[in-house]
Design a protein around this ligand. Structure first.
Ligand code: TRP
Length: 374
């Protein structure tokens, strides 16, 4: 039976079969062999997102490591569409990007697509998306990216530099390709069709600015892949490397295992600025449970961690493999009840967010030192 699901840059819905996406998008699975090589180069350890295959797919990672082993270091590129407040699902690729920055001593170029969110969202004004860009930047800085090696830019405020490069991409991209890749219709606005040219730019901009080709690795949630299929087609035509990529799954929404968390449906998401009471209330009230209807039935038959959102979230936020395994096994055996599992998650997440919120406030003072404008 083939289940129905959708994964595009603008819509993620249904129960996602990630292996099928590898086939449909033409990416490569992250094999154990490649992970071992990544571990060696990362100084002997793998991030738990890799150990647990939360990052599950890639493009050209072998090539990137070949270059790295020859001494040709790469930079990182990722981004955020500032359509609203940051929720913890957004943090997943960024937390991993921070690990990569530390392990590989890499620059990070971080794009805030306030232009995109203006074009694609009926209601948002440019002033709002631009303001949100800098609110979101606080969450990025709060994760601990290195000053002097991390360059965060709003498309609107870095447009002089970006536009010239975006034009080069646009000149190589036909409307029919954009339609085929993104499914645009004639009733869509022309800005939407053009936009992917802007998202391509940071995949080669540092090479332009440094005057030499530098390999690029883009960590992103798999929904963004369409953009980078286009990018990888075009950068060689402009004389630059194809960017390599590494892809993650979505943190499931609180309300159920399918799809991704939506910033516009408040109860399915935990925001980075939610106070502890809100986090606790949302998890208690909405976190989809894989437990049984009654305590005695749960004790007898045990719960199902595969559909239990609290457990699923812990696979993202509990770094310790042994602790996670014990939670898993206790839930399956029935020793651990749903309410107790939720409490473990609440404790973990509120501790994480307390630290994050402190760092986020501190980030206001140093924002200028991270931001590029022209
Ligand atoms: N389009 C992305 C979004 O809506 C933002 C983005 C821009 C991005 N460049 C990126 C995401 C590079 C991942 C990698 O969220």
């Amino acid at each position: 039976m083939s289940k129905k699901f959708t994964v595009t840059p603008w819509k993620v819905e249904g129960d996602i079969d990630y292996n099928r996406l590898i086939k449909e998008f033409g990416t490569e699975p992250l094999t154990d062999e490649l992970l071992a090589r990544l571990r060696r180069n990362a100084g002997g350890e793998l991030h738990h997102f890799l150990r647990r295959k939360i990052f599950f797919s890639h493009r050209d990672l072998k090539w990137l490591l070949d270059e790295y082993e020859k001494g040709n270091k790469f930079y990182l590129y990722t981004g955020r569409g500032p359509s609203g407040n940051t929720h913890i699902g957004h943090l997943i690729p960024w937390i991993f990007t921070k690990w990569l920055q530390d392990r590989f001593d890499a620059e990070l170029w971080f794009q805030l697509t306030d232009d995109e969110k203006f074009l694609f969202n009926e209601k948002l004004t440019m002033e709002e998306t631009n303001r949100m860009a800098y609110e979101n930047a606080l969450d990025i800085i709060a994760l601990g990216f290195r000053q002097g090696k991390t360059f965060i830019f709003s498309d609107l405020d870095y447009s002089k530099t970006l536009y010239r490069q975006a034009l080069k991409v646009a000149k190589k991209l036909t409307v029919s390709t954009a339609k085929a890749v993104f499914g645009f219709k004639d009733s869509d606005n022309v800005g939407e069709v053009f936009f992917t040219s802007v998202q391509s730019v940071p995949a080669f901009l540092p090479s332009v600015l440094k005057g030499r080709n530098v390999p690029c690795l883009i960590p992103y949630a798999i929904d963004q892949d369409a953009h980078f299929r286009v990018t990888r087609d075009i950068t060689p035509k402009l004389g630059y490397y194809k960017p390599a990529a590494i892809h993650c799954r979505f943190l499931p929404p609180l309300t159920g295992p399918g799809g991704k968390m939506s910033a516009s449906v408040a109860e399915t998401a935990v925001y980075t600025t939610d106070p502890p009471e809100t986090v606790e209330r949302k998890i208690r009230k909405y976190a989809f449970s894989g437990g049984r209807d009654t305590i005695s039935e749960h004790r007898k038959k045990g719960g199902n961690p595969d559909v239990d959102v609290s457990y699923q979230w812990l696979t993202f936020f509990e770094e310790n493999d042994e602790k996670l395994k014990k939670i898993h096994d206790d839930y399956v055996s029935g020793a651990l009840l749903t309410g107790e599992l939720k409490q473990i998650l609440i404790d973990k997440l509120t501790a994480f967010l307390k630290r994050h919120q402190e760092n986020r406030e501190k980030a206001r003072k140093v924002l200028d030192r991270f931001v590029l404008k022209d």
